[in-house]
Ligand binder design. Structure first.
Ligand code: MF3
Ligand code: CO
Length: 249
């Protein structure tokens, strides 16, 4: 069952999303060669305390940190660690969520560390564009399949592949609500979008093939072919006249 939010609830979710967006603005300048993903976790811990919000991920299904920080061939759910230091040319996916006034905000972004190779910069641009293409299909009367297909088409037009084993999700008073939002699918199928639905759309895109595997830590998802992967996510409301991205400053 897809829960519909009232305009007042959407206003709270916009405030939650704004905190997440501010986190990304503040963390961006810290992503330099030599920084460890643990350093970024420490920053996130202070950010959460300073903003009087709650961590969305820490403790979720036993996940041990505020952030997911995934480097290069890591797709999602990389656990911050002092041993994971980024170098010039790496790409770093950060996924961050919080709870504010009972509602969740969730967003992700992949950053280049200094200058990156051509495939990596194309991968980041294509993934971000695929999220924009999916969001552009969010309006009342469209179906979820229209969103999924738009993401997939944008990715595959660039010769990259969409991860099949992890998907986006509805979001609200829980981090994960119905519906699941695959980044692949067919136009014209799936639930009809209605004002008040809130969607976390999050394409995970591999430079090589789509298969992924989970490492022995039980969390870190990597591409099976060890090609690089990127991840962009926004929390998006369906409005009367289209959509509104809630995870913006
Ligand atoms: N954005 C991811 C999601 O919505 C982050 C979850 S990480 C977890 O699924 F650790 F909390 F599971
Ligand atoms: Co999410």
């Amino acid at each position: 069952m897809i829960l519909v939010k009232s305009p007042r609830e959407i206003e709270v979710m916009r405030r939650a999303g704004a905190v997440v967006a501010r986190f990304f603005e503040e963390v961006r300048p810290l992503i330099l060669p030599g920084v460890s993903t643990w350093d970024l976790e420490v920053f996130a811990d202070r950010f959460i305390a300073r903003n009087g919000v709650r961590s969305a991920f820490k403790g979720y299904m036993g996940y041990p940190a505020h952030l997911c920080a995934s480097i290069n061939e890591e797709v999602v759910h990389g656990i911050p660690s002092k041993d994971r230091v980024v170098r010039e040319g790496d790409i770093l996916s950060i996924d961050f969520g919080i709870v504010r006034e009972g509602f969740y905000g969730d967003s992700a972004m992949t950053f280049p560390v200094g200058a990156v190779n051509v495939v990596s910069s194309r991968l980041l641009a294509a993934t971000e564009r695929s999220l924009a293409a999916g969001i552009s299909e969010v309006r009342p009367g469209n179906r979820l399949g229209d969103v999924s297909a738009a993401v997939q088409e944008a990715v595959e037009a660039e010769g990259f592949s969409v991860v099949r084993d992890f998907v986006g999700h509805g979001i609200g008073r829980s981090l994960h609500e119905d519906p699941q939002i695959p980044n692949f699918g067919k136009r014209g199928v799936g639930p009809k979008l209605m004002p008040g639905m809130i969607l976390a759309i999050e394409p995970m895109v591999n430079a090589g093939g789509w298969p992924v595997e989970v490492l022995a830590d039980g969390w870190t998802v990597v591409t099976r072919d060890r090609s690089r992967s990127a991840h962009f996510e926004h929390t998006v409301a369906v409005t009367e006249d289209g959509h509104r991205i809630l995870s913006l400053p």
